[in-house]
Design a binder for this molecule. Structure first.
Ligand SMILES: Nc1ncnc2c1ncn2[C@@H]1O[C@H](COP(=O)(O)OP(=O)(O)OP(=O)(O)O)[C@@H](O)[C@H]1O
Ligand SMILES: [Mg+2]
Length: 356
């Protein structure tokens, strides 16, 4: 199994600040320079990618073309890759237009839900990836995820969300008498029990918030329900991500003990997803730099040895995660574009070194 074997999806995950966005971008650059058709998607509401890629304001939700020359200073811009900053509302609008059930983005609750961190972030990311895969335009889609466990939690819970669409939603509509799903099944005993619960909940809500809020709430739910096929497709697609033939997982850790420990935790958390084609990317390694350094003072020699020993211990520890390790070195520059450009070159070395 090789890194060069093309996978439809490559996912970068890891804890905060370890270099996920930078490495995902460098991977896109590397593959684009090798002539592949690449789309880089970031779910990251921090939108650091915008800054790294030099994208204009208000480009969220619209696929942008990035010239590789931005990073490599090639004379002629021979290569490009596409990049997309996820906009949950833009994705929602696109699937709803496709389903001919245009969502009302001005509904107060939909507005809140489609804000970054608004609650629909992860599912919209999957919906968007699925949409982009369907275009058939890309050989590989690279996904930069937000820090931590949310994305994995979301994938884990996709079955529950599936059930939610099939039961709870229908109950709410039945009670409200808004017939929007003509094929809804006849109420079972359980259904009737849920209905009375929903009834109580909504009448209580109405007392507290007034009828206007309840109306907005119901309309929001109807908006979501009408587009349920888009969401359900995406939830099934979440399962595809587990497949080795389909995805590469990169768990990014940074060279400091805590970050590797955190990566180990995340790996255990994601054990249902990370198949054997998953890699622990050890970012900001210092070994190569330290080895190239010839200290003139004895105290500096001690310092160099400490650095080397520390990193060696760390790598042994990282090896225990059971994931294949890919080391990337610290880039001595303050410019994010330089980090991306240099790290892109290291993907070549990493592939050669590992004889992949
Ligand atoms: N190998 C490296 N050498 C030097 N600097 C690096 C390296 N990798 C990443 N950086 C820098 O570290 C900072 C954090 O990187 P980045 O934003 O990619 O992390 P992240 O994991 O995406 O963060 P977040 O969790 O906030 O999304 C950036 O300034 C980036 O340019
Ligand atoms: Mg990031």
């Amino acid at each position: 199994m090789t890194l060069e074997q093309k996978k439809s999806i490559e996912i970068f995950c890891g804890t905060g600040g370890v270099g996920k966005t930078t490495l995902a971008t460098s991977r896109a650059l590397h593959l684009a320079l090798h002539g592949q058709k690449i789309l880089l998607i970031t779910i990251d509401p921090a939108k650091r990618l915008k800054q790294v890629l030099g994208l204009e304001e208000n480009t969220e939700g619209i696929v942008q073309t990035v010239k590789t020359s931005r990073f490599t200073n090639e004379e002629t811009a021979a290569h490009t890759f596409d990049a997309l900053l996820l906009s949950p509302s833009a994705t929602f609008l696109k699937i709803s237009e496709l389903a001919k059930e245009k969502v009302d983005l001005n509904n107060g609750i939909i507005k809140i839900l489609t804000k970054p961190y608004g609650g629909l972030n992860e599912i919209m990311a999957i919906v968007e990836v699925q949409r982009q895969l369907n275009t058939g335009k890309y050989e590989t889609i690279i996904l930069d995820t937000p820090p931590g466990k949310h994305f994995i939690d979301f994938l884990e819970s996709s079955k529950k969300i599936n059930r939610f669409f099939d039961s709870s939603f229908i109950e709410i509509f039945k009670y409200l008498g808004k017939s929007i799903d003509k094929e809804a099944a006849k109420p079972s005993l359980l259904t009737q029990l849920i209905s009375s619960g929903v009834k109580k909940l909504l009448s209580y809500l109405q007392k507290v918030t007034g009828p206007e809020f309840v109306e907005t709430f119901v309309d929001a739910i109807i908006n979501i329900y009408r587009n349920k096929s888009g969401f359900l497709d995406a939830l099934n697609f979440g399962d595809e991500l587990r497949k080795k033939s389909f995805s590469h997982w990169y768990l990014v850790a940074s060279v400091d003990q805590m970050k590797v420990e955190e990566a180990r935790e995340l790996k255990n958390h994601a054990k249902n997803f990370m198949h054997e084609d998953s890699y622990l990317v050890l970012n900001r390694c210092l070994t190569d730099l330290a080895q190239a350094w010839t200290p003139t003072r004895l105290s500096h020699q001690d310092f160099k040895n400490i650095l080397l020993n520390k990193e060696q211990t760390l790598k042994e520890y990282a090896n225990q995660t059971g994931l294949k390790m890919l080391p990337f070195t610290e880039i001595l520059s303050s410019k994010p574009e330089h980090h991306v450009a240099q790290l892109a070159k290291q993907w070549d070395q990493v592939e050669i070194k590992r004889n992949l």
